[in-house]
Write a protein that binds this ligand. Structure first.
Ligand SMILES: [Zn+2]
Length: 82
């Protein structure tokens, strides 16, 4: 497991994610291991929203602590339809 600062993670294509006690973990294209996303404020907990539009799912993350927001493209993630 590897911590990645959120600004270095820009442009990653997310294949899957899970939220755990010690933070948010992402599987990303081209990354052999899961990465843990670390915010500028040093925390690794994010509120995750999946936005589905036009056949693509976008991951919108907001830091639990400081409200920092980032958006990631995803691939191969099923839409969670209501
Ligand atoms: Zn933060």
């Amino acid at each position: 497991m590897r911590d990645v600062p959120v600004d270095s993670a820009q442009g990653l294509v997310v294949l899957g994610w899970r939220s755990a006690e010690d933070g948010l973990f992402l599987r990303a294209r081209g990354e052999p291991d899961e990465i843990r996303l670390r915010c500028l404020c040093g925390r690794c907990h994010w509120i995750v929203r999946e936005l589905f539009s036009g056949g693509a799912t976008t991951l919108v993350l907001s830091c639990h602590n400081c409200g920092q927001k980032r958006t990631f493209l995803t691939e191969g993630m099923a839409a969670h339809l209501p």
